[in-house]
Design a protein around this ligand. Structure first.
Ligand code: IPM
Ligand code: MG
Length: 370
């Protein structure tokens, strides 16, 4: 066996534990067939952690996450915790992990699998072959900016406010990562802001242009966020890499995700800076939420989480070949006609979470001729 890789598993809420269970199946397969061993530690995050400890993530779990080679997260949230104070809501656990681990670049690929192209709400010729990478900044911007609050006004009435703020260093590192990534793809970056109305947008555009001087071989386009939303549904194939701030990235990545037919198919990686020993903190999670309405019903699609694990192999462990295998196996089970409820199409076979996981592993065996 190769040296053990330390993974922290945070299944979270709703369908999180079910879909993470299918990743375990893939990990067991890796141990058996690929001699790749992973040390897995489990932890609580989100509502599950609130129920046990009264907060959305504990200091110990944040420390475990920092010590792990990679974190794999299921999903957080659900109506059960709607009345919990905001600082303890399930989402706060996710935001704290991003902030404390300095996970500044959230990579959200929106890839249309051929077998699913018809499942998109957009026309086939608009989405076929689509392959976009959204790079969303995740440690700054309006999500974390201060001052923020809800206050009474001295003369009566009240106000609610947040602060959108970016430093040059924060824009620099995420832009650099996006340009680097573009070099491995089609060498085209769209940087997205609202420079027409926001000072922070003017600043973002200026700093991205400065970083771009180090990447003259990469094409840079600046685009306003509202136009980007429109272009994503009009002519999405014009995009390769999109780099944008925390809030615009949140919105645009959901929009891009739906081009692919289902949120149930989309993985993500959130990366931190690389330290002097070449180690980089990273968290991998599906883009979909905790889907409390179908939790425990064996209906959830585990593929987004399994594809997140493939990203983990690629970005954290330099195991691109194994990641390719998993991605190919996903293509094959889909081409073979298997569908979970979220991607169900006429004439296909509707399967449960577990059957999808088992079929994927059987496909992996076929791929390596086992
Ligand atoms: C996401 C989610 C989170 C976000 C929520 C759960 C806080 O929507 O990862 O996109 O807004 O960042
Ligand atoms: Mg979101």
């Amino acid at each position: 066996m190769t040296a053990n890789k330390k993974l922290l598993f945070l299944p979270g809420d709703g369908i999180g534990p079910e879909v993470m269970g299918e990743v375990r199946r893939v990990i067991d397969w890796m141990a058996k067939r690929r001699t790749a061993a992973f040390d897995i530690t489990d932890g609580l995050v989100g509502g599950a952690c609130y129920d046990a400890h009264g907060c959305a993530v504990t200091d110990e779990t944040v420390a475990d996450a920092a010590a792990a080679d990679a974190v794999l997260l299921g999903a957080v949230g659900g109506p059960k915790w709607d009345d919990v104070p905001r600082e303890h809501r399930p989402e706060a656990g996710l935001l704290r992990l991003r902030k404390d681990l300095d996970l500044f670049a959230n990579l959200r690929p929106a890839v249309v699998f051929d077998a699913l192209a018809e499942a998109s709400t957009l026309k086939l010729d608009v989405v076929k072959g689509l392959d976009i990478m959204i790079v969303r900044e995740t440690t700054a911007g309006v999500y974390f900016g201060t001052p923020r609050g809800i206050e009474d006004l001295p003369g009566g009435g009240s106000k609610g406010f947040d602060t959108q703020v970016y430093t040059d260093a924060e824009v620099d590192r995420v832009a650099r990562l996006a340009f680097d990534l573009a070099r491995k793809r089609s060498s085209k970056v769209h940087s997205v802001e609202k420079a027409n109305v926001m000072e922070s947008g003017v600043f973002w555009r200026r700093e991205v242009a400065r970083v771009h001087r180090d990447f003259p071989d990469v094409e840079l386009h600046n685009m306003y966020a509202d136009n980007c939303a429109m272009q994503l549904v009009r002519y999405p194939r014009q995009f390769d890499v999109i780099v944008t701030d925390n809030l615009f990235g949140d919105l645009l990545s959901d929009c891009a995700a739906m081009l692919t037919g289902s949120l149930g198919m989309l993985p993500s990686a959130t990366l931190g800076p690389t330290d002097s020993s070449g180690r980089r903190a990273a968290m991998y999670e599906p883009v979909h939420g905790s889907a409390p309405d179908i939790a425990g019903k064996h209906m959830a699609n585990p593929l987004a989480t399994i594809l997140s694990f493939a990203m983990c192999l690629r970005y954290s462990f330099d195991m691109g070949e194994d990641a390719d295998l998993i991605e190919q196996a996903v293509q094959n089970v889909l081409s073979g006609g298997l569908r979970t409820a979220d991607i169900m199409q006429d004439g296909m076979a509707k399967v449960s979470t577990t059957v999808m996981g088992e079929s994927l592993v059987a496909e992996l065996d076929k791929l390596i001729g086992a």
